[in-house]
Design a protein around this ligand. Structure first.
Ligand SMILES: CC(C)C[C@H](NS(N)(=O)=O)C(=O)O
Ligand SMILES: [Ca+2]
Ligand SMILES: [Ca+2]
Ligand SMILES: [Zn+2]
Length: 321
């Protein structure tokens, strides 16, 4: 489990307990489901947050994914903060009520439960990143290099099984990635992808990133100048609210096979990565639990703005959808 000084973080079981408690407290706002199993058989839990949650209503859908990388434990707390904010706040905050009533919000707080449990199993952190799927030479596929858009195209991942950015033997070879792919694919209804926006939460560096990651070019097939302008305008506006640095993903470094590139490249979902606190390697991936409240609430207004534009991101540059 988490060592002393870190007990405020949620392990897999504590996350499940928290999700079940949310269902108990707010049965009219949430529905809990699993999108499937991790490599070691843990459920990949997903909470749906909306009015009439048992009904697929014609409302813009939003996806939040957290903890794709095991050691990035603060991101679980970020997904749980969003859940708490938009359930507990529903009855008293009209802005929150309007957003919950007019969107359907899907939240996956722990994409990589096997990696999380491995990272904390000994009571001392192991700095584990990947999933726990064996490969020919070692253990672990990087879930953020395993997506099937420009997979392995561009030197933004590794073919070596021991690498921290191992892309897997094929796209979608990681069960955790394949299960989220399957879910997203089910949201194409009548030929139209119902999910309009997405944030993938990571740590650290305090950045807001948008596609593409596989190329340095600001525009590329499937991403034109207008779309790039919408991505950067919303990204910059959100960064003005949380103090992170906004930039195209590849301005950080080239990555291929990421969730952001697949969600945009294949589904035209306005997909961002938020790299949370801290800014640098001290304390890096392991800030003590005393920072959780501050560093999750720091994103409240950015998340609210994001949800408000989730019906039509190009509206932020004066366009209609
Ligand atoms: C989203 C990309 C561009 C950055 C991310 N950094 S992290 N969270 O793994 O340190 C990653 O390498 O997957
Ligand atoms: Ca609804
Ligand atoms: Ca819907
Ligand atoms: Zn990460």
């Amino acid at each position: 489990d988490f060592p002393s000084g870190y007990t405020g973080y949620h392990n897999f079981q504590e996350t499940v307990t928290e999700l079940n408690q949310t269902v108990t407290d707010h049965p009219n706002l949430v529905r809990l489901s699993s999108v499937g199993k991790s490599y070691q058989g843990r459920d990949l839990w997903m909470l749906k947050l909306s009015d009439n949650p048992a009904v697929d209503e014609n409302e813009p859908e939003v996806l939040f994914t957290c903890n794709m990388h095991a050691r990035e434990h603060l991101t679980v707390e970020m997904c749980l903060r969003i859940i708490k904010q938009y359930t507990d706040g529903y009855a008293t905050n009209p802005t929150i009520k309007n957003l919950v009533d007019s969107r359907e919000i899907w939240i996956i707080p722990m994409v990589n439960p096997d990696g999380v449990e491995y990272d904390i199993a000994t009571g001392s952190f192991r700095s584990w990143r990947k999933n726990r799927q064996p490969n020919s030479t070692a253990v672990g596929t990087d879930p953020n290099r395993n997506w099937g858009y420009q997979w392995g195209c561009c030197g933004g991942s590794s073919s070596s099984g021991s690498s921290e950015t191992y892309r897997g033997p094929s796209a979608f070879s990681a069960p955790e990635v394949a299960r989220i792919r399957d879910f997203v694919n089910t949201r194409v209804v009548g030929g139209v992808q119902q999910i309009k926006t997405h944030i993938d939460w990571h740590t650290y560096s305090e950045l807001i990133l948008w596609p593409y990651g596989y190329t340095y070019n600001d525009t590329a097939p499937g991403l034109d100048a207008t779309q790039a302008s919408a991505f950067s305008t919303l990204g910059r506006r959100m960064a003005s609210l949380n103090g992170y640095t906004p930039q195209q993903s590849s301005d950080l470094y080239i990555t291929d096979g990421t969730i952001n590139d697949w969600l945009w490249g294949v589904h035209k979902i306005w997909s961002y990565t938020f790299e949370m606190y801290p800014r640098s390697s001290s304390p890096g991936f392991y800030p003590r639990d005393t920072v959780i409240a501050t560093e999750t609430q720091r994103n409240d207004s950015a998340v609210e703005l994001f949800l408000s534009y989730s019906d039509c991101v190009p509206r932020i540059i004066g366009r209609t959808c």
